[in-house]
Design a protein around this ligand. Structure first.
Ligand code: AMP
Length: 184
């Protein structure tokens, strides 16, 4: 169920058909194998989806894992895209990319080759079976807020009504995160 419709859809003129385009922020994470390479491939794949256009990529961050499972540090980043896909279609596209990059569904909170999450999609609030937007943990995680604040500091969280930079400034997350200068 879509609770609040986007107030800012932007029609784009195509070949005779105008398409409603939206802006979405995608969170990326990897902690198996060539983590930086996995993130770069995922960014490339996101941009290859015909309905998507890459607008911005954050720096990459080395981040301490959250949760009980003992596992290697992650590399995380956030990508801004313009998309002609509806939220559910975008989720399907992300799951396809995860599968193509070799991810198999493992234990919750466990290690993963690639994890792709819809963090924000226009100003939508979606609470459906299998899809929650804004992402339910977005505001609790430094590894999401730090890269998101780089590329969307003024974006107002549509449920919490606070900007991303405000959410980051009041964040109580003791997990270590380190920006990687050479990435992207
Ligand atoms: P995980 O890979 O552990 O992050 O979980 C992925 C599952 O979470 C997907 O199969 C979705 O059904 C569900 N999910 C719910 N909300 C979201 C979201 N905003 N972005 C990505 N996955 C979501």
């Amino acid at each position: 169920m879509v609770i609040s419709p986007s107030p800012h859809p932007s029609p784009v003129k195509g070949e005779g058909v105008s398409k409603i385009m939206s802006v979405a922020y995608i969170g990326l994470g990897s902690n198996i194998g060539d983590k930086t390479g996995n993130l770069k491939r995922a960014v490339e794949e996101l941009g290859k989806v015909p309905e998507n256009k890459l607008l911005a990529v954050s720096f990459f961050y080395k981040t301490e894992p959250v949760g009980e499972v003992e596992q290697d540090w992650f590399i995380n980043a956030v990508v801004k895209i313009e998309t002609g896909l509806a939220p559910r279609e975008l989720l399907e596209a992300l799951l396809d990319i995860e599968r193509n990059l070799g991810r198999v569904r493992e234990i919750k909170w466990g290690p993963r080759i690639i994890d792709l999450d819809i963090l924000l999609y226009d100003d939508l609030v979606v609470e459906e079976e299998g899809l929650t937007i804004p992402h339910p943990y977005l505001h609790e995680r430094g590894f999401v807020l730090a890269p998101l604040a780089e590329i969307a500091p003024a974006y107002v969280h549509p449920r919490l009504k606070k900007s991303i930079s405000e959410l980051l400034s009041v964040l109580k997350d003791s997990k270590k995160i380190e920006r990687m200068e050479e990435s992207r």
